[in-house]
Ligand binder design. Structure first.
Ligand code: ADP
Ligand code: MG
Length: 250
């Protein structure tokens, strides 16, 4: 066979797989939208039938609203992802205080950390200022997702939950790791967690799953790679997970 026909076969295969990816993506998306839409509809229909009790009425409205919020979050994540994947993302890189950013992110999730009694460990000298060079808004999104995951996928009914932050400094970059002692990720799932919409089976039954779209890590990976940096994960099922990312220095 000539080189040329080989190329043709290769091209065809590539188009085919792109098509599969697109089809799977649309199937996933409609599935993700169906759940909240049908939930909202059933609350509205029940309310239309007439609910006398004010408390019950309120409860249904709140539940419907939670599902609306889920849809909004999904659409927002899709929007970010679409921008990232069409390489339209403009990074506004600047020097900023990395240690402060981690504290900011922890502040945003402090209620949940408090409610679940999670111990936060800073495995670095918190008095040192570390200046990173990246898009602070995008990096906040990455940290927020990693920390939210560490919280969301902590072990239910486990008393000694912890999240450990570590910062190591190299010549040109920082290596930051976020370790949890949560439910962990099965070996078979680990290479798939950065895929759009992927959620491990176990995590589908996790409390607070309404906050979960399976897009967070896909977005995080895009952001980190757009910076020319890397994101890595190691995990043991039932023991815990560690995500590590690199961030450039100025
Ligand atoms: N810290 C973690 N511990 C255990 N599983 C995790 C952790 N972070 C991510 N995962 C797994 O990876 C999947 C994808 O994560 P993500 O893209 O952030 O989606 P989401 O948070 O919306 O479920 C999760 O559904 C979960 O199965
Ligand atoms: Mg997430």
């Amino acid at each position: 066979m000539s080189k040329r026909s080989n190329n043709k076969i290769y091209d065809f295969g590539d188009l085919q797989s792109q098509d599969d990816v697109r089809r799977e993506f649309i199937a996933n998306l409609s599935h993700e939208l169906k759940t909240p839409i049908f939930n909202i509809q059933s609350y509205i229909l029940t309310l239309l039938d007439g609910v006398d009790d004010e408390n019950t009425k309120n409860e249904y409205l709140k539940k419907a609203n939670r599902n609306v919020r889920r849809m909004i979050r999904l659409v927002r994540d899709m929007d970010v992802l679409a921008h990232l994947e069409s390489s339209k993302l403009v990074l506004n890189k600047e020097g900023y205080n990395l240690t402060e950013q981690i504290d900011d992110v922890l502040e945003q999730v402090s209620d949940r950390i408090h409610d679940l009694n999670i111990k936060v460990i800073h495995d670095y000298d918190t008095s040192i200022t570390r200046i990173a060079f990246a898009d602070p808004e995008r990096m906040e999104q990455v940290f927020l997702n990693l920390v939210s995951n560490a919280i969301k996928y902590s072990k239910p009914d486990f008393k000694d939950r912890l999240i450990k932050f570590k910062i190591e400094e190299f010549d040109n970059f920082f290596l930051i790791s976020i370790e949890d002692n949560g439910i962990g990720i099965a070996k078979n799932d680990i290479q798939r967690i950065f895929e759009r919409f992927f959620r491990a089976d176990r995590s589908r039954s996790v409390k607070g799953k309404l906050g979960s779209s399976g897009l967070g890590l896909a977005i995080a990976k895009h952001i980190i790679e757009a910076h020319g940096m890397v994101i890595r994960v190691t995990s043991n099922l039932g023991i815990g997970t560690t995500f590590s990312i690199t961030i450039a220095k100025p």
